[in-house]
Design a protein around this ligand. Structure first.
Ligand code: PMP
Length: 354
């Protein structure tokens, strides 16, 4: 029955994250999480957390974490913003920076599928620019007048990255709008534009603790930019919720930033496993796109991606299939531990009847 108030409800078309199964003992390679636990320093910070302090609100600008990050990146504290995961940071950035009612923001057609969801939700006009047949982004597509640009580097779900020249070309042709470079996967081997913050006042870089820092469950995201843009992000945040990061997350995040040794050692493990798995998949006939992230994007000339995805799931191996134009015969496979990747390769060999 149609309720009398139903026409007042908002109609939304939400983002669909990688499935979080309730099943135990699955091999979870579908959400680009890190297979390794967070730094022992993070564990210690959580164990030693003074729970009496939970009766107090956290510091609204997460001072301790912002300071640690500023030191880590060689920036001033007023160039750093933190939020509840980079999804929240990007949503706030849309609200703060993408406000042109008649000029669309631009992003690639094959990219993080949350970007168009935010556009629809915030009523931000947008245009997508087709990546080429090898899924590479063409900087020249971003020369036209627009209301802002958002590009992930490395791109998702392709995993491929671009260098300094590409980012500078985008920035030079878009000096009158804010350019967001979403570097969610940057630590796994791609070029980071942090050095360009000195040169371009309209650049905002977004990072996350969910991938390289093994803290997806803690929800910590970061924006880096010039003080004016960062201060606006804080103002927008304070228009809807002043305390987006809780006290435990602030303590855990700070401990993570202060443990470079562990950070680098897990990164290296993931990168080594990625390279080995890429070779193995390519030996099994897959086309493997060159990845600078913690996942591989693959397709096979004779195996249906959807059927392989479903068969793997039946064996409790979760990988990601996107039923989207241009990529509906491709799979995105997160890099797990060596043992998890061996299980995946073993499964594929069996599936191929080898
Ligand atoms: N950007 C990209 C490109 C991503 O793939 C993700 C992960 N889904 C995010 C941002 C958001 O990550 P989080 O909210 O966990 O920081």
């Amino acid at each position: 029955m149609i309720k009398p108030w139903s026409d007042k409800l908002r109609k939304v078309d939400p983002y669909v994250p990688g499935e979080q199964s309730k099943k135990q003992n699955i091999i979870k390679l579908n959400a680009n999480e890190n297979p390794y636990p967070p730094s022992p320093k993070v564990v210690e910070a959580i164990h030693n957390f003074d729970t009496d302090k939970l009766c107090l609100y956290p510091n609204s600008s997460a001072y301790q974490l912002t300071e640690a990050l500023a030191q880590h990146y060689g920036l001033d504290m007023n160039q750093v913003f933190v939020g509840n995961g980079s999804d929240e940071v990007i949503a706030l950035a849309y609200m703060a920076y993408f406000n042109s009612p008649d000029k669309p923001i631009l992003f690639p057609d094959i990219t993080y599928s949350f970007y168009p969801v935010w556009c629809n939700f915030f009523k931000t006009p947008y245009l997508t620019k087709a990546v080429d047949e090898n899924f590479r982004i063409n900087a020249k597509d971003y020369y036209e007048k627009n209301g802002g640009v958002i590009i992930p580097n490395p791109n998702a779900p392709t995993g491929m990255s671009e260098g300094r020249e590409f980012i500078e070309e985008i920035l030079q042709h878009n000096q009158d709008v804010v350019v967001i470079i979403d570097e969610a996967y940057v630590d796994f081997g791609s070029y980071s534009a942090v050095e360009l913050l000195k040169k371009y006042e309209n650049l905002v870089i977004v990072h996350t603790f969910s991938k390289s820092r093994s803290l997806a469950g803690m929800r910590i995201g970061v924006a880096l930019g010039n003080p004016e843009l960062i201060s606006l992000l804080n103002a927008v945040k304070n228009c809807y919720n002043s305390y987006t990061l809780d006290s435990v997350a602030i303590a855990a995040g700070t401990a993570s930033v202060n443990d470079d040794t562990y950070f680098l050692s897990t990164l290296n493990k993931v990168i080594e496993t990625r390279e080995r798995t890429a070779k193995e998949l390519s030996d099994l006939g897959f086309k493997v796109f060159p990845s600078h992230s913690n996942f591989l994007f693959v397709t096979h000339p004779t195996i249906s991606a959807k059927e392989l995805f479903e068969a793997a799931k039946a064996e409790n191996i979760f990988i990601r299939f996107f039923d989207l134009p241009r990529i509906n015969n491709h799979l995105r496979i997160s890099i797990g531990t060596d043992a998890q990747m061996d299980a995946l390769i073993g499964f594929i060999k069996k599936y191929q009847g080898r």
